[in-house]
Design a protein around this ligand. Structure first.
Ligand code: SAH
Length: 256
């Protein structure tokens, strides 16, 4: 293996798989194995039902190191805090509120992001065996990833979905279309920083009497979707925060 192949596969070190409330520990083990065969290692488990478990370790086979390193957290936003681009894997095609792509295109976009900026970290979120991901969870995702399957029977076992996407990621990384560091643009923004922006929006919009906390409708969800679609840069986020602070100051001056 030459050095550039090594470097390209190294992009996968910043690729995270997140499994939400997985019921069957065997699926967690099988997903760890699927990841390791394709060179992925960063697994996060959000409130798994039955874990740690001997069944997970057994199904991981030789990939128990991936399981041993897996992080267990209570909420999806914790698992995404340091990520700059998030894909939600869904067995169903949803409405057009989220940009969607198949596994191959998504892998290509993920690798392009990782190659363009050393600070980039990309997450792939997989849902519960029975009910998949909720709309609130998809609100934390920039894009929807759908593996085009039989529309009459579209739902894959979750570990198999992890396998297919991990394979596409490896192929996209090996492809070498995106030269590492070549597309240095502006710094991508971590999800934790976006959460601070949403909290600031909420606080300011309540102060400005634009948002009624007793009847919020879907305003914050709509703003999340807007910004997920746009993916503002760090600089743009700072400008928005500055505008919000100025509006709050002005409002407090008038009211005080
Ligand atoms: N009945 C559920 C299916 C969940 S399958 C639903 O309709 O959403 C468990 C998880 O595997 C899904 O949440 C998704 O993350 C992944 N998955 C299964 N089939 C998939 C497909 N065709 N494309 C993308 N992800 C899929």
């Amino acid at each position: 293996m030459n050095e550039s192949t090594d470097n390209r596969l190294g992009l996968l070190d910043r690729m995270r798989v997140v499994m939400v409330e997985t019921s069957h520990p065997g699926n967690i083990g099988a997903a760890a194995r699927a990841m390791k065969t394709m060179g992925l290692a960063d697994l996060w488990l959000v409130a798994p039902r039955d874990y740690p478990s001997a069944e997970a370790t057994a199904r991981a086979s030789g990939a128990d190191d991936v399981l041993a390193r897996a992080r267990v957290v209570d909420t999806l936003s914790e698992a995404l805090a340091d990520c700059t681009l998030v894909f939600g894997a869904s067995a169903r095609l949803r409405s057009l509120r989220w940009p969607q792509a198949d596994a191959r295109e998504s892998a290509e976009q993920a690798v392009a992001e990782l190659a363009a900026a050393p600070q980039a970290r990309v997450a792939l979120v997989f849902g519960r065996e029975r009910t998949g991901l909720s709309n609130e969870e998809l609100d934390l995702c920039h894009r929807l990833l759908h593996i085009p399957s039989n529309p009459q029977y579209s739902s894959l076992n979750v570990a198999m979905a992890v396998q297919i996407v991990s394979y596409e990621l490896r192929m996209a990384a090996l492809d070498g279309r995106h030269r590492i560091g070549e597309e240095l643009g502006e710094q991508p923004v971590e999800q934790a920083e976006m959460e601070r922006l949403y909290a600031h929006f909420e606080e300011a919009l309540i102060e400005l009497d634009f948002l009624d906390p007793d009847n919020p409708k879907h305003l914050m969800r709509r703003l999340r979707r807007l910004f997920n679609r746009i993916r503002p840069t760090r600089n743009e986020v700072n400008i928005l925060r500055g505008i919000l602070s100025a509006a709050q100051k002005c409002c407090r001056g008038r009211n005080g």
